[in-house]
Ligand binder design. Structure first.
Ligand SMILES: [Zn+2]
Length: 521
């Protein structure tokens, strides 16, 4: 029965379905970081500037100049290639790494050209070493800024690395930060829901490189240790050139698209260009078999172990239908590739730019959550990936809207009754915590795990349906497109969502946001 998704979700599943999950061992409390390196204010223009930072070095790992974006063009569908002219200050990552034959260790080199796109001078640039709070271990060495050895400091269970600038980095100034790194990949499912894991002969490399987080006007550098039941990243749109050496015979896929492939001495060396994207994800297994289907200018590829061929065909169908639904509701998916991959993750699904992960435990045609999770994760390509948000402090912006989009998918595929039934399922998640009147716009850490599921994934989807009813279908549709376009490649906030919605309906939504969204005093 295609309507099997109507089945009441069990409490266990409701808790399991976390569209992204982060991890912290034995949940450490959010740490108030004491930064010895403070942000300074910008000097007035006519004052002499501070000691000049050494000249920007040319790339060492790739021949491609830092500003050459032509290499990324084939990853964007023709109508979206103008994106390459935007975001002149987007970070450019060059990464070269090797995965051990047993798929449990990564050794890499990273160079990133970082531009200070903030309004203030920065005394340090922060990197997140997420494996250190995802049950793994990441170490870094030989850290340089424009070729000079850098002073550094680690915080937050070594998940935050502060790299001191030789002189305050003024708005618009650029540096090249380089380092070597190693990752020990966890081989069992621990607190991190196996998002970063080498299990069952499948390697899932989530956030497995030193990554620059967002610098936010309100919070400064994102340097929290997030709760393990939410997403871990909050980052800006960037460009990635990545070369990886893996054992031959592995079927490998990643964010972006392949630009080169070579094989020798029992290894395969693959290079990807990915961007504009907020993260780079890679997954690999000799067990994977692939099937694909084209939607417009985008190829959707589904990867799963060979014995799950018929289930993988379903995953592909769900993803294709979801892509068509959201192409219509918001705007066309901008990239030429979308990968749907089954992994041993304990989260129902997880989103990455250009790649969505669905738990292999859901690969069962009788499992209603298989379709829900796949549609939901595809929806994140619009919200989280292209339109970003602070997933740690304002998770509702991407998760609740993506839940609503999941209902849109069921409406598209099964008609109005499908939409109604999926919203009823989300209402039941809220019912599970007794329809608690908890606001939507709280940090992940303000909810316990059951509340996070019930409010963000239950009440949140219901809110967007109420918003549609309040605004009217035409105004709501206008809002959907305008919100996506206005914040494409950028970062949206609760205020920006409300403002775009009010513009679309020409109405005051403050009372509704006070009832549903805003934190209460
Ligand atoms: Zn999600």
């Amino acid at each position: 029965m295609k309507r099997s998704h109507i089945i009441l979700l069990s409490a266990v599943l409701a808790l399991l379905f976390l569209a992204g999950c982060s991890a912290a061992k034995a949940p450490p409390p959010p740490v108030a970081m004491e930064k010895p390196l403070t942000v300074t204010t910008v000097p007035t223009p006519d004052l002499p500037t501070a000691t000049p930072i050494p000249a920007l070095p040319a790339p060492a790992l790739f021949d491609t100049p830092w500003d050459d974006r032509a290499i990324f063009a084939p990853g964007l569908i023709p109508s979206q290639q103008d994106a390459l002219k935007e975001l002149p200050g987007a970070s450019v990552y060059h990464i070269d790494f090797s995965v051990s034959d047993d798929l449990t260790h990564v050794m890499g080199k990273l160079e990133v050209r970082y531009t200070n796109t903030e309004d203030v001078a920065l005394n340090e640039v922060v990197f997140r070493l997420f494996p250190n709070i995802l049950d793994g271990k990441m170490t870094v060495s030989d850290i340089t800024v424009n070729g000079q050895t850098a002073q550094t400091m680690s915080e937050a269970y070594d998940s935050v690395l502060l790299v001191a600038m030789p002189a305050p980095l003024q708005p618009g100034e650029q540096v090249v930060i380089a380092m070597d790194y190693e990752v020990a990949v966890p081989t069992t499912a621990g607190a991190n829901y196996a998002v970063l894991a080498s299990m069952d002969d499948i390697l899932a490399l989530a956030h497995a490189y030193p990554m620059i987080p967002a610098y936010d006007d309100v919070i400064g550098w994102y340097d929290d240790v997030p709760p393990n039941y939410g997403d871990v990243t909050y980052s800006d749109t960037a460009y990635y050139l990545v070369r990886a050496s893996l054992p031959a015979g592995q079927v490998v896929q990643a964010s972006g698209f392949e630009i080169d492939r070579d094989e020798k001495d029992g290894r395969q060396i693959i290079t990807w260009a990915a961007g504009p994207m907020r993260d780079f994800y890679l997954v690999s297994s000799a067990r994977y078999r692939v099937m694909e289907e084209k939607v417009g200018d985008t190829v959707v590829r589904a990867y799963a172990p060979g014995e799950l061929a018929s289930e993988n065909e379903l995953a592909l169908q769900y993803a294709v239908d979801a892509l068509k639904t959201f192409n219509q509701a918001y705007d066309v998916y901008p990239f030429t590739e979308l990968d749907v991959v089954g992994t041993p993750t304990l989260a129902g699904g997880v989103e990455y730019p250009g790649v969505i992960v669905v738990a292999l435990s859901l690969y069962d045609p009788e499992q209603p959550f298989f379709e829900v999770a796949t549609a939901h994760e595809v929806g994140h390509q619009w919200f989280y990936s292209v339109v970003g948000n602070d997933q740690i402090h304002h998770p509702w912006l991407d998760e609740s809207l993506t839940q609503y989009n999941t209902a849109l998918y069921f409406g598209q595929v099964y008609g109005p009754e499908g939409y109604r039934q999926e919203l009823a399922n989300q209402q039941r998640r809220w019912d599970y915590i007794d329809d608690a009147d908890i606001p939507l716009d709280l940090p992940v850490s303000a909810y316990d795990e059951a509340e996070y599921s019930g409010i963000i994934y239950g009440r949140g989807g219901v809110f967007f349906d109420k918003l549609r009813q309040k605004m009217g279908d035409n105004a709501f549709s206008k809002f959907q497109k305008a919100y996506y376009h206005t914040y494409k490649w950028g970062v949206a906030t609760t205020d920006s969502l409300k403002r775009v919605a009010e513009d679309a309906c020409n109405c005051d939504l403050t009372p509704m946001f006070e009832e549903w969204v805003y934190p209460k005093d």
